[in-house]
Design a protein around this ligand. Structure first.
Ligand SMILES: [Zn+2]
Length: 116
């Protein structure tokens, strides 16, 4: 077995594999990449995080959650998030929220919805 890490630079041997719990799922991470990122004194940039394949995969579900929440469809939301990759879904949703508006402004659609 000679699986490579995500960067392709290292072998994912048992000794080089760190198992982390992420949102109830086990994620296998490359220790060499982790050590290299610490040595650089850097965390992954937000660009790297939002370009992550897990986040990209979560985008369609994130958009469906946005629609279901606006439709006030509790069952649809529950169905969509069941078994979701929570960290990836959270980052996808957060990355899509405009950060130049107050929570009241961002939630104004609810007033419009209830007034309708
Ligand atoms: Zn690696």
């Amino acid at each position: 077995m000679s699986a490579r890490c995500r960067s392709g630079r290292h072998e994912m041997t048992p000794a080089n594999t760190r198992v982390e719990q992420w949102g109830g799922r086990q994620v296998r991470r490359c220790r060499a990449c982790r050590a290299a990122s610490w040595q650089r004194g850097s965390r992954p940039s937000l660009y790297e995080i939002t370009a992550d394949r897990r986040v990209q995969r979560a985008l369609p579900v994130a958009m469906q959650v946005v629609g279901a929440v606006r439709d006030m469809d509790r069952d649809a939301v529950a169905e969509l998030v069941e078994g979701a990759d929570w960290p990836a879904l959270l980052i996808a949703l957060a990355a899509m929220v405009p950060d130049d508006q107050s929570p009241a402004q961002l939630l104004a659609w609810r007033e419009e919805r209830s007034a309708a």
